[in-house]
Design a protein. Structure first.
Length: 210
């Protein structure tokens, strides 16, 4: 059975797919593609980002870098990194992922293997249309400490506690900056431009840190 949903992204769902078949799909589709895949409990979701999706994703990444700069944090951007766990038979490719606290452990790595490497410290999913794969369950199983979900108007922050995500009012990575205000800057960028808005965001972050 195949179902397709279209909004700011296109989502195609495949059901009753084995883990072995999913791994073959990853290999045969290769890394030079726009689509992002996720697998959990026999379901494969193939997501193709459209302009609104990618614009939000890339703009948020620019703001994440500003946060790291102003807080004096090192960061390794790993983008839509393919994250798989054979022992759990689950896999995903977030819109963006970042190593911050554990950046020094993967600084010189060109490939990540979750069997021996830590997972990213932060992942972002832009979901104008909600994924049918349970991303909270998926990333919690992988032990990712913080998960951001942006739906086009609200940024929700989930922090991993005792193996489960709990929604939080703030980010542990970027405390004390109120990063849930990021959607306000996304909207502002559409009026004043991304460079001007990024400069405004930087000034706002500096005020938060005073």
């Amino acid at each position: 059975m195949v179902t397709t949903i279209t909004l700011a992204e296109q989502r195609t769902l495949l059901f009753n797919i084995s883990w072995q078949t999913f791994k073959i799909m990853l290999t045969e589709m290769g890394s030079e593609r726009l689509t992002r895949l996720a697998y959990n409990s026999g379901m494969v979701e193939i997501m193709t980002p459209l302009m609104a999706h990618e614009n939000s994703n890339r703009f948020i990444e620019g703001l994440v870098i500003v946060l790291c700069e102003e807080l004096g944090l090192e960061v390794k951007r790993t983008g839509s990194l393919t994250l798989t766990r054979d022992d759990l038979e689950c896999g995903g490719e977030p819109d963006s992922s970042y190593y911050i606290e554990n950046e020094f452990l993967v600084r010189d790595k060109q490939e990540i293997d979750l069997a021996s490497d830590p997972p990213p410290d932060l992942v972002l999913e832009v979901e104008y249309s909600r994924s049918k794969v349970n991303k909270l369950q998926l990333y919690a199983a992988m032990g990712i400490p913080e998960f951001w979900r942006y739906n086009g108007s609200v940024l929700r922050i989930y922090r991993l506690e005792s193996g489960e995500y709990l929604e939080s009012s703030h980010s542990a990575v970027f405390f004390p900056v109120a990063v849930r205000e990021i959607p306000r800057f996304i909207q502002q960028s559409r009026n004043v431009g991304e460079i001007t808005c990024t400069r405004n965001f930087r000034n706002w972050v500096k005020q938060q840190l005073q």
